[in-house]
Design a protein around this ligand. Sequence first.
Ligand code: FES
Length: 107
Amino acid sequence: MVKIIYKTHDGDVSEIDVPEGWSVMQAAVSNGVDGIEAECGGSCCCATCHCYVDEGFADKLAAPNDQEEGMLDNTVAERRSNSRLSCQITVTPALEGMVVTLPEVQS
Ligand code: FES
């Protein structure tokens, strides 16, 4: 299990122990975290699982592929340098303690 910390736009924090190999989105949805809609179920085609990742973990994440890059241009909330789609982040032990901040709106 890997601890991922989800923070909503208004400051609610949920610490979730996530099985290795799950996506950050999958764990949020499975645990009822508010702020991720994930309308496409993780197929990288809705951009409603947008999140802002802890800058300190940027080098531990695989870079977004072309499809994710394209979808990140379609997020409802502002795209930032640390924007990612949470369905495309696979949880590994290197992400222990990573904080993921969720935007105010997804759609
Ligand atoms: S769940 Fe649809 S893009 Fe991530």
